[in-house]
Design a binder for this molecule. Structure first.
Ligand code: DC
Length: 673
């Protein structure tokens, strides 16, 4: 999961391969609440792990449900089964509408004292229509901030008042379908002696989400009847019963990004487009109908019960004019696909976008314009005209408004024909529904090698380049190549094979280097399955590394391995010859130095902190000996590349050095500032 301030996507070329998507948010949070309201234990499989499900799980625990997470997406919930929830209780529900609305309704009907709040944006998302409906019934709910919005207090300290269940409960259907969903999930708790009827006032938007609600209610023993999606009857004698075990489908809205990817990207060599596992054409999620829209724009989509396969068909994509009321979330993906269409695309009936995580209509219009599109925006529609030609595209820094879907759909702009990078601000906001979105995307997209940015940080031993490179990579979300580690591993492998670092063994050591069974696992390094992270850091191995690195055959043997580290979204490489030999075309080259005195001090502190005793004078002599050898060797001697920027870190803190490199990097990026 990324938690950088921004993520720069290099221009992307093609895509192919298989993805597994996280569970559906809508299904996950509904299932959790239904399991909590049921009698018995429910095992939920493939539950989405995200911010929104996290707040729901926390809330259920606070309310007294036993929640057991066994890892691998399996959660076991023991339902309240008619018991009163623990009260008084305060629930923090983040920005999860799928938690706020249904919990409000369920708790208002169960009775007790509760405070429900969320992040500031949650307090701008309407809930008044639901509260009105619950008040009609006789529930007591107070607004703690602005009328019509969370935070709320539910107060039934002295037991529930008699509920007015005879007359139909009327609720508006044209602001958010979650109000109706909330009532549908809460009212079975009180449909004991009589049928309970809900009538929708106004047009019901996002009907597919109500379909999910009804499907899941049925799995938990509640058979709701409905007439024309306007009048819903919960039969008398309804009682929640756990289905025992329930599987959460992969999220169809999340699938939309990969369906679009298949439609936009050229197939990668040897791959039949994109295959999505975990959700298929028979999904109960409304957003599966995004498939129809994608087909209308030209995608070739096939599928079965639990999979989808997508290939690019028509190109450029066909512009469309579509009523998107049935796929409000996935429709955002269409707005980005529209950038690749042969004319203006119009998305209609999307007023609900204005009350989502952000005002999505305004956000999409603004960000699409930054890329060079012309965009018209109405109260409930959006028209996107793509940039007229490749040169009309702009390198944009996409603001994401703490809205996961904005971040996810705009990643697709990286296929622009101008081959411009796209910056996604706050990429970590995808955690709401798809924490590993970018990693999943990077698993199936390809870029031209020359388009993957590389930052080189070369310099003498103990100049601090390793620390600097790791920090820069972490700030940019880039991969890291510690090339010195490769020479160290080679030296260690040579010793283990009984080969001293002598010229006579150069070819044998090179052969070892060519087939190193090395794996870089988070912050551990494994050689033939053994953890050598600490072993390669010894002074003795460092000295050996300096020796083996003089052999041209060894250097040559490690070239391909080093090039392999340049992967999407980018690389920070540190060593001696990153800028001069391995990545001569790197976008930024830094040559880091520090006085010998200062470097000896740093190495000394490093060793002492690890409990290894050392003498500064000896360390300094070793450093100077290694510098001399690294600088004088015949191949790839240590020296700054001609176009390298020199950074003397003697008087700088580690943070200052990082900031300097990031400043240089920003200045070279094409994004307007
Ligand atoms: O950066 P370090 O101390 O981990 O590097 C160990 C040795 O490897 C160093 O003495 C020189 C050699 N090396 C090299 O020749 N080229 C590189 N790109 C990196 C390291």
């Amino acid at each position: 999961m990324l938690s950088t301030a921004f993520l720069d996507l290099p221009p992307l070329r093609s895509a192919g391969g298989q993805v597994r998507l996280p569970g559906s948010k809508s299904i996950s949070n509904r299932v959790l609440l239904l399991a909590a309201l049921s009698e018995g234990v429910t095992e939920v499989r493939d539950l989405l792990a995200s911010d929104d499900t996290r707040v729901m799980l926390d809330a259920l625990r606070t309310l007294g449900c036993a929640v057991e997470e066994t890892g691998d997406g399996l959660v076991r919930i023991t339902g309240l089964g008619g018991q009163a929830p623990r009260s008084p209780a305060r629930l923090f529900l983040g920005n999860a509408g799928t938690a706020m609305r249904p919990l409000t309704a369920a708790l208002a009907l169960l009775g007790g004292e509760f405070e429900l709040s969320g992040v500031p944006r949650m307090h701008e998302r309407p809930i008044g229509d639901l509260v009105d409906a619950l008040r009609q019934l006789g529930c007591r709910i107070d607004y703690l901030g602005n009328a019509g919005y969370p935070p709320l207090r539910i107060a039934h300290a002295a037991g529930l008042p008699a509920l007015q269940l005879q007359a139909p409960i009327r609720v508006r259907g044209d602001v958010s379908s979650q109000f109706l969903t909330a009532l549908l999930m809460a009212l079975p708790l009180v449909a004991k002696e009589q049928d309970v009827v809900i009538e929708v006032v106004g047009e019901l938007i996002s009907r597919p989400y109500i379909h999910i609600t009804l499907e899941l209610l049925a799995r938990f023993g509640i058979a709701v009847r409905h007439e024309q999606w306007q009048r819903f009857t919960i039969p008398a004698g309804s009682r929640y019963r756990s289905p025992g075990s329930i599987h959460v489908e992969a999220d169809a809205s999340s699938a939309s990004y990969f369906i679009a990817l298949g439609a936009i990207a050229q197939g990668a060599a040897g791959q039949n487009g994109i295959k999505i596992e975990g959700v298929g054409l028979d999904s109960i999620q409304g957003d599966i109908r995004f498939v129809e829209a994608a087909r209308a724009m030209g995608a070739r989509v096939t599928g079965g019960p639990n999979w989808l396969q997508i290939e690019r068909g028509r190109w450029p994509l066909q512009a469309i004019d579509l009523d998107c009321n049935h796929i409000p979330d996935a429709a955002m993906t269409l707005a980005v696909m529209a950038l690749y269409a042969d004319g203006p695309t119009t998305l209609r009936n999307i007023a609900s976008w204005r009350v989502k995580e952000t005002d999505r209509l305004a956000a999409m219009a603004l960000e699409l314009r930054k890329l060079g599109a012309s965009v018209e925006e109405g109260a409930d529609w959006l028209r996107v005209t793509p940039p007229a030609a490749a040169q009309d595209w702009r390198a944009a820094s996409i603001h994401t408004y703490d809205d996961h879907r904005v971040a996810m759909c705009f990643a697709l702009a990286a296929f622009n024909p101008a081959r411009l990078p796209v910056r996604i601000e706050d990429p970590g906001c995808v955690a709401k529904t798809f924490p590993d979105y970018f990693e999943t995307l990077f698993g199936v997209v390809r870029a031209a090698a020359a388009d993957i940015p590389v930052i080189c940080i070369d310099g003498p031993t103990a100049s601090g380049k390793g620390t600097l490179a790791a920090a820069v990579a972490a700030r940019l979300g880039y991969h890291l190549l510690d090339s010195g580690a490769l020479y160290r591993i080679t030296a260690l492998a040579a010793r283990q094979a009984g080969l001293a670092p002598d010229a006579g063994h150069a070819d044998a050591i090179a052969a070892l280097a060519r087939s190193l069974a090395v794996r870089f696992d988070a912050d551990r390094i494994l050689l033939a399955g053994r953890d050598v992270t600490d072993a390669i850091r010894s002074e003795a191995v460092g000295m050996d590394a300096s020796r083996v690195s003089q052999f041209p055959a060894v250097r040559q043997a490690l070239v391909a391995l080093q090039h392999g580290f340049a992967r999407i979204p980018g690389l920070v490489a540190d060593g001696r010859d990153m800028g001069t030999v391995i990545f001569p075309g790197a976008a930024l080259k830094v040559y880091l130095t520090a006085s010998a005195e200062c470097r000896a001090q740093r190495r000394y502190k490093q060793l002492i902190s690890k409990g290894i005793s050392a003498r500064i004078s000896g360390l300094r002599a070793d450093l100077e000996e290694r510098d001399a050898r690294d600088m004088q060797r015949s191949v790839a001697p240590l020296r700054p590349a001609q176009d390298a920027l020199l950074l003397d870190s003697s008087g700088l803190t580690a943070d200052q050095a990082v900031d300097q490199v990031l400043d240089w990097w920003q200045a070279r990026r094409p994004f307007a500032r």
